[in-house]
Design a protein around this ligand. Structure first.
Ligand code: NAD
Length: 473
């Protein structure tokens, strides 16, 4: 049984002033793994004070100093590969496959931040003026549980590249993963106060970050509802916000697609990270006259998906992070049934032999339509709704008929046609004939999937404030 009773402020592990504990429960067995002592408002204020103080000198560092810091952190993260993968499978229930991808993503965040520092011009000439891109100040980083250390590494590395200091609030459910990244950051031996990490609840630690006037910007990843609460609070002190929120991503399979490739990809896109992914392709749009051909392909693929122990290298779908999340997914499956959608495969309840953990049956609905809640709302579990369309125009219309716009997918054997369809989808990223991550391309949402972009120069500039010097001659 582990007890995590330290947070990290000003280069030191400190005991929080908060005295409440939160139980850490295994998603695989529902046994208690340990507990974490939660920080309170005062702890958060101390962390903000440390970051504010550190900003005075850190904001003046050169690109090569920042590159050195990023290199130091990367090399301490590199030493703990197995620990990162193991803690993610144990604490979060992330599959070994996903935890390995997630670890690579962590390392790549440092590489892309270094790459940006090598190419980005912090001083530009615009019109007759010199424009200086200056670090924005102390950044509050608030993140969810579904890829905790991945989010810490990508947001922190961008903040460091920009010359900003940070206060980070991960989910209380990720405390063991947080402990590990703190150990690596501590080992990297950066000047004190550049990063400060406070375990705690959203309504306490997150709320203080959202309202404290010494926070200049918030970089938030999480649900659309919490994103709205943060944005409303942030406006009082005119904080800048980058909000990476929910999604209900459409996946358009055009009638000329190679189904033997496009359908396995579509199932992979829907059930990635056990369905707990903001970019999951959870609305599969299929030509009406191809449904009967596609149904057996889907049934076959889903019947071969291994659900179970996340530590098994063949497992593709692990447990939901908590019983709360399990119940949410079950509720949505019931809603789909009540709405008149038909279960092609999966359904309510736990798979046989997996009754102890938060396991759900990967579920595919047919006869769904875009008015149903299962097709409109983010479920955040392995539940896919198939919607049929008659024409390409109708497919695009259905794809765009959503309050979200984070990611979309298009498959066709005609690259030009796929490109043309992709160019009409209102989403921050559109994946054509596959799934990939380009760390130099912007990532973020249209509509209620968020505000702003991460990654590449768009991501970096979200941490910078332009100052124009207009000199009269
Ligand atoms: P959540 O919104 O409930 O919580 C996210 C973080 O916000 C947590 O650290 C939480 O403690 C904190 N928080 C909660 N209430 C707060 C408040 N009042 N003020 C400040 N902070 C508060 O999300 P979750 O359940 O942890 O994660 C799932 C959600 O995250 C899904 O909706 C998913 O789509 C979204 N997500 C989005 C992306 C993206 O990049 N767009 C990536 C992953 C997850």
């Amino acid at each position: 049984m582990k007890t995590i009773d330290k947070i990290y402020i000003n280069g030191e592990f400190v005991t929080p002033q908060g005295t409440e504990y939160f139980d850490l429960i295994s998603p695989t067995t529902n046994e208690k793994l340990g507990k974490v002592r939660l920080g309170n408002t005062e702890d958060t204020q101390n962390a903000i004070r440390a970051a504010k103080n550190a900003f005075k000198t850190f904001s003046k560092t050169t690109a090569s100093e920042r590159i050195q810091y990023l290199t130091n952190i990367k090399s301490s993260v590199e030493k703990r590969k197995n620990d990162f993968i193991n803690v993610m499978t144990e604490e979060y229930g992330g599959t070994l496959q996903f935890a390995t991808v997630s670890y690579d993503y962590m390392l790549k965040s440092f590489d892309s931040a270094i790459n940006l520092l090598n190419i980005y011009d912090f001083t530009k000439t615009m019109g007759e003026s010199e424009v200086q891109m200056t670090p924005i100040g102390v950044v509050g980083i608030i993140i969810p549980w579904n890829s905790s250390n991945g989010f810490i590494c990508s947001k922190l590395s961008t903040a460091i590249a920009a010359g900003c200091t940070t206060v980070i609030k991960p989910s209380e459910m990720s405390a063991q993963q947080t402990q590990l990244i703190i150990e690596c950051l501590h080992e990297a031996n950066l000047p004190k106060g550049i990063f400060n990490i406070v375990n705690g609840l959203g309504e306490i630690v997150g709320a203080e970050i959202s309202k404290n006037p010494d926070i200049a910007k918030i970089s938030f990843t999480g649900s659309t509802n919490v994103g709205k609460i943060i944005a409303k609070e942030a406006i009082n002190s005119m904080k800048r916000v980058t909000l990476e929120l929910g999604g209900k991503s459409p996946n358009i399979i055009l009638d000329d697609a190679d189904f033997s490739k496009a359908i396995p990809l579509a199932i992979g896109a829907a059930f990635m990270n056990s369905g707990q992914a903001c970019i999951a392709g959870t609305r599969l749009l299929i030509p009406e006259n191809k449904l009967e051909e596609i149904k057996p392909i889907i049934k076959e693929i889903v019947s071969n998906i291994i659900v179970g122990d996340p530590k098994n290298p063949n497992t593709a779908v692990g447990p939901m992070v908590s019983t709360k999340q399990y119940n949410r997914v079950q509720d949505y499956i019931q809603i789909g049934i009540n709405e008149g959608a038909e279960i092609l495969t999966g359904g309510l309840g736990k798979p046989d032999g997996l009754e102890n953990g938060n396991f759900v049956k990967p579920t595919v609905f047919i006869n769904a339509n875009n008015q149903m809640r299962i097709a409109k709302e983010e479920i955040f579990g392995p539940v896919l709704s198939i919607i049929t369309y008659k024409t390409e125009e109708e497919a695009i219309e259905i794809a765009n008929d959503t309050t979200y716009g984070l990611q979309a997918y298009v498959s066709s054997s005609d690259e030009k046609r796929a490109h043309n369809v992709a160019s009409q989808i209102n989403a921050g990223r559109v994946q054509i004939n596959g799934i990939g991550h380009d760390p130099m391309a912007p990532f973020g949402g249209f509509k209620q999937s968020g505000i702003g972009r991460e990654f590449g120069t768009f991501g970096l500039e979200a941490y910078l404030e332009p100052r124009a010097l207009i000199q009269q001659k």
